[in-house]
Structures are given as C-alpha cells and as structure tokens.
Design a protein around this ligand. Structure first.
Ligand code: SF4
Length: 392
C-alpha cells in the first residue's frame, strides 16, 4: 500500500507563525491544477502499489473550487489503483467551508476533513492572523458533520503569548463538545523567517516557558484520554479506529508520492523534493510534458544512506504509540546499529523515559517506547539515539 500527497500552495493571507510553502493573491490556481494533473500522469510509474491514502494539504486546499478538487481526485483514480476503502483527506480553513462547496465535493470520495482551527479564542485568532472567528470554526465543524462527514479532525495550537491555562482548557472543551474524531495539537514554534519570529527578535512577543507549555500538554493529554481519545503520536489523538492513516504511513516507512510545489516523495530508499517555487514548478512540469524529460531544476533527489534511514526510523517510530520494533531494527540495519541504539538508550532506561515492552507471544519482537514521562522529553531522547558521526 502507498499514499499520495498533493500540495496546494495557496492562502488568502499568511498566518504569523507559518513556514509552510504557500503564496497569497495568486491567480494561478487553474494552471496549478492542470500542472498537478500532468505531474500525476508523468509520475504514475513511480508508485506501483495500491493507493490507500490520499491527502490534499497546504497551503489551503479549500481555496480550490469543488470542481478543481474533483478533477484532481478523478485523475488520481485514473492513474493509480486506489483501494475501495482509501482514506481521502482534505485540509480546509473554517471560513472556506460552505454548503455549496461541501455539496460540490460530495461525490469526490473525500471522506475526512481536517480543519485548521488553531484556537476558538477571538483574541488568539486575531493575534495569529487567522481568517476565521471562533464561531465560524464551530459552525464549520457542524456544517461538515451535517453533510455526512463522520471523520473530522481539527488542529489546535498551545503556548501562545498571553494564553493562560484556562484559555487552553476552554479550547479543548469546545473541541470535545464538537464530537470530532481526531485532534492534532502543536506547541507554537517560532520558525525563522516568519512574522512571529521577527516579532520575537524585536521583543514584541516572548515564548511561553517550557514548564508552562508542558503543563498545557499534560492538560491536553489528561482531558483527551479521559474522553476516550488515544494518544497515538506525540501531537495526535484519535478515537479508536480514527487514527490518520495517511500520517501514520509517514511514521511506518510506507512509500508515498508527493506532487506539487514543495511536495516530498519517498520510495523506501530515496527522497525527492519538488522545490518550493510556484513558477519553477509550473515551468518544470510543462517542460517535462512537452519534451519528455524532466527539467531537473524544479526537483532534487536524495539517496538515503543506511545511517540516514536508521535516523529516520528512530525519529518516526519513537514518536508513535507503536514504538520501535527492535527485531526489525536489527533485521534492517544489523546488530551494530541495534547495539548502538540500546547503548544510547541505556541512560533513558535509568531515567524511566524509555522502556522496552516485551511481546508476550513473540519475545524476539520487543518494542522500544517512550514512557509517559519520556513523551514530554521526546526531542532530546530521540536526538540522543541518532547516529551522528562515524561511530559505527
Ligand atoms: S497556517 Fe495554513 S492558512 Fe495560515 S499561512 Fe500557513 S498554510 Fe496558509
């Protein structure tokens, strides 16, 4: 099984914290959709497995018309063998959701909507320069549900300047009242080259301290797990049966084809990156289509070394509830890498931040996992286990 990701790099305006690739005020959406269709055709042979997840992310995919979305998904069905039970997700901004748009995508096969809500609090929304209000966010979820979407996800951000614990609890409570199936929550990050980062440089805002962010994260885990959500990845929670299959495949080493400007692809051994540049992308795809050979300037390919793959395995598996299968690690990378991993993990066993879970039926299939305490310190722990130099 494999996945397909389509990047839609259009936004009405920039949110202050965002470093995803997107453009504002572009009138190139129609050209872009045509280029995506060409890219899918040109790269159809790169994925021979059946497709069981499709994800339209951005940017803001809901800036596309329903007709454009239908065209893209129809093209995927005509180029690839798509599983009948495929999960098809579209990211949307709450203020783009309308009865008309939902009616328009009703027969596209989209069966999961991920709404970029971030917060329901008006002051926080204004600060982040989000386009919607809290009320619009609530209505967007309800409108999607009224249109039969039974797999709804929302994103929230915590650790905002001036956000107190009560504000954060209110956000979680509102989210839980909406009967959603999935929630992703991220601590606010001050990414370089964002407006937020420049505000921090000018001392107009300051980062929430680590202890405070940790308290918010703990509150999140407690409230969601008490409501039946499973904490299946550091930032992701879902009701049973509603894990994001697409994102889970990124953490389980499953190949995917990423199309569009800035999209990444992975075939098990190589990563391919389309450069984050809309005009370069359009020119590259059209030249490829016209002359039959790709113009190398719009993408790059990187062959992953054994060490890079080991590091990827550490980072992707430890962040999930499935953890790192040690037998598989040894099978794929050899005893030296297994020993290295266990050696670097030893201080964390002592600190009770990592644990080995024995498999009751097959003792050779033990799993290395973060403990509850380790989840709060995951970045440091994972980086300790990475292969850095010529150690092996
Ligand atoms: S957060 Fe989403 S809507 Fe805001 S600028 Fe980034 S991609 Fe666009």
């Amino acid at each position: 099984m494999a996945g397909i990701y389509l990047h839609i790099p259009f936004c009405k305006r920039r949110c202050i914290y965002c470093n995803f690739y997107s453009t504002t005020g572009s009138n190139l959406t129609e050209d872009y959709v045509s280029a995506l269709i060409l890219e899918l055709k040109l790269r159809r042979m790169e994925i021979t497995e059946k497709i069981n997840t499709i994800y339209l992310g951005g940017g803001t995919p809901s800036q596309l018309t329903a007709q454009q979305i239908n065209k893209l998904i129809t093209e995927i069905y005509s180029c690839f063998e798509v599983d009948q039970q495929a999960e098809i997700t579209i990211e949307a901004n709450p203020d783009d959701i309308s009865e008309e748009w939902l009616d328009g995508i009703a027969n596209s096969g989209v069966n999961r909507i991920s709404l970029g809500i971030q917060t329901f609090n008006e002051k926080e929304l204004t600060f982040l320069k989000r386009r919607h209000t809290g009320k619009q966010a609530i209505n967007a979820v309800k409108t999607c549900q009224k249109h039969g979407f039974k797999n709804m996800s929302i994103d929230l951000i915590y650790g905002l300047p001036h956000q107190d614990l009560q504000d954060w609890q209110n956000n979680i409570d509102i989210a839980l009242d909406l009967n959603i199936q999935h929630l992703s929550a991220y601590a606010l990050i001050y990414e370089e080259n964002t407006l937020l980062w420049r505000m921090k440089q000018k001392r107009e805002v300051s980062e929430a301290n680590d202890e405070y962010s940790l308290e918010m994260f703990e509150t999140l885990i407690k409230k969601l797990t008490a409501s039946g959500f499973e904490h299946y990845e550091i930032s992701n929670f879902a009701l049973p049966g509603f894990y994001s299959r697409h994102n889970s495949s990124y953490w389980q080493d499953i190949p995917y084809l990423g199309c569009g400007a800035s999209a990444h692809s992975y075939d098990g051994n190589n990563r391919k990156y389309n450069k984050p540049n809309l005009s370069l992308y359009l020119e590259g795809i059209n030249t490829w289509h016209q002359y039959g050979t790709p113009n190398v300037s719009f993408f790059e390919t990187e062959h992953l070394s054994k060490c890079e793959k080991y590091n990827d395995r550490i980072i992707t598996s430890l962040r999930t509830c499935w953890g790192l299968n040690l037998k598989k690690l040894e099978k794929d990378f050899g005893k030296d890498f297994l020993n290295y991993c266990l050696q670097m993990a030893t201080p964390h066993f002592k600190n009770k931040t990592l644990q080995i879970i024995p498999n009751q039926t097959d003792h050779s299939q033990s799993i290395l996992k973060l403990t509850q305490k380790g989840i709060f310190l995951s970045d440091g722990i994972m980086s300790d286990l990475l292969y850095i130099d010529e150690q092996i």
